[in-house]
Design a protein around this ligand. Structure first.
Ligand SMILES: Cc1ncc(COP(=O)(O)O)c(C=O)c1O
Length: 389
């Protein structure tokens, strides 16, 4: 266990490395099991209540999952604990499930990740929960005007998916608490390293560990880190729904977490180099990168975040067909979903069906994930591709 006074880079390296879990090894090894064998009945009975660090049954985890959970909790000052999920999408769904009941009203940001929206409009609706979408630029006063006696929770994602609007998370969270709402944030873009969500007033901080925590495009995993008020409800939902993640996946994610600081800072530097070059290109109308002034909510990014990751979008001065020509001409950028791995990726931005408050893009847009390649090579690749139109 690390000390809260230690710097984040230190907590990233030492978090969750309890001697009783790793023995003499540097790393906690993957522990695969279903059954745990007890010494005798007294031993079995003493482990009756499940808890991290208490070997009980495979579904309750082993050191592989506990070490990752503990390391993630230690990154979030003020957090009570973390629960793991088989994907980021499952983490979003379960975090919401731990808060909402039939009849409740949820305020959801319009720029939320598409599948999170589909969960609200599908499963939550089926369970009798109403979802209302609000614009990412919502102010605290506007939030107060939206809340009714049924409103139970405020969900934020900052920056937003595909369009990267940065929200006033501390301001909205503080107003939400005054109004008695539970706050949830999809924090996958910045991670707890660049934005410690619990310390900024969030109750449930959600991370798609598939992205930067794993960091190598070889694992699907999600995590929810909870405040003291919300941890027990989250834990209960996880156990009652029987959610369990593989020890191998937890082990891979923990391995990725150890180098998050160096990787993320390189993603940031490379991303800024590429974004800066694109901002000057005549075929680029706008760069939607939170660290650039052209991005909505840039002032909140400057105030609240200690760094940027490598994911952003650009709007082209081009038709949709020309946009597709650029994408197909790229050689170093892989064409595929997801992001957060060591490699650069590209995908077209499609907002149809996943924005209801407003479509903030007036052109053909592309999302880029800037990997750990030399940015000069990435710029040369983009230059070649843009010259095709
Ligand atoms: C912002 C955001 N949240 C959550 C997810 C879901 O994560 P996963 O792919 O692990 O389900 C994604 C995936 O792209 C995402 O971009």
């Amino acid at each position: 266990m690390t000390e809260p006074t230690q710097q984040t880079a230190t907590r990233l390296v030492h978090g969750g490395r309890r001697r009783e879990w790793r023995g003499k090894l540097v790393n906690v090894p993957p522990e695969r099991t279903s059954t745990i064998l007890f010494d005798n009945l007294a031993d079995m009975r003493s482990s009756y209540a499940p808890a991290d660090g208490r070997y009980r049954y495979g579904r309750d985890g082993t050191a592989s999952q506990w070490a990752l959970s503990e390391a993630l909790t230690e990154l979030e000052p003020g957090a009570a604990g973390t629960r793991l999920f088989p994907s980021g999408a499952a983490a979003v769904a379960m975090a919401l499930t731990s808060v909402l009941q039939p009849g409740d009203d949820l305020l959801m940001v319009d720029s939320v990740y598409g599948p999170s929206r589909h969960f609200c409009d599908g499963e939550l609706k089926r369970l009798g929960v109403t979802t209302r979408y609000y614009p990412p630029g919502l102010s605290s006063d506007e939030l107060r005007a939206l809340v009714t006696s049924q409103t139970r929770a405020l969900f934020l994602e900052s920056p937003g998916s595909l369009t990267f609007e940065v929200q006033d998370v501390p301001g909205l969270a503080s107003a939400a608490h005054e109004l008695g709402l539970v706050t949830l944030l999809d924090n996958s873009w910045a991670t707890s390293l660049f934005f410690p969500a619990i310390a900024n007033g969030i109750d449930l901080s959600i991370t798609a560990c598939t992205k930067y925590i794993g960091g190598h495009s070889d694992v699907m995993l999600g995590a929810v880190t909870a405040s003291t008020d919300r941890f027990d409800a989250l834990d209960k939902v996880v156990r009652q729904w029987g959610v369990a993640v593989s020890p191998d996946d937890a082990w891979l994610a923990l391995r990725g977490l150890r180098t998050l600081d160096v990787r993320l800072r390189r993603h940031e530097a490379n991303g800024l180099a590429v974004a800066g070059w694109l901002a000057e290109h005549p075929r680029v109308a706008r760069v939607l990168h939170p660290a650039l002034q052209t991005c909505p909510g840039h002032e909140f990014f400057t105030r609240d975040f200690s760094g940027a990751s490598g994911l952003f979008s650009i709007v082209l001065n081009a038709t949709a067909t020309e946009r597709d020509t650029v994408i197909d001409a790229l050689q170093l950028f892989g064409l595929g979903y997801s992001w957060g791995g060591f490699e650069s990726l590209v995908c077209p931005v499609q907002l149809k069906g996943i924005r209801t408050v407003a479509d903030p893009l007036e052109g053909s847009a592309i999302r880029l994930h800037i990997g750990l390649e030399d940015p000069a090579d990435l710029i040369a690749d983009l230059d070649r591709a843009l010259a095709r139109i």
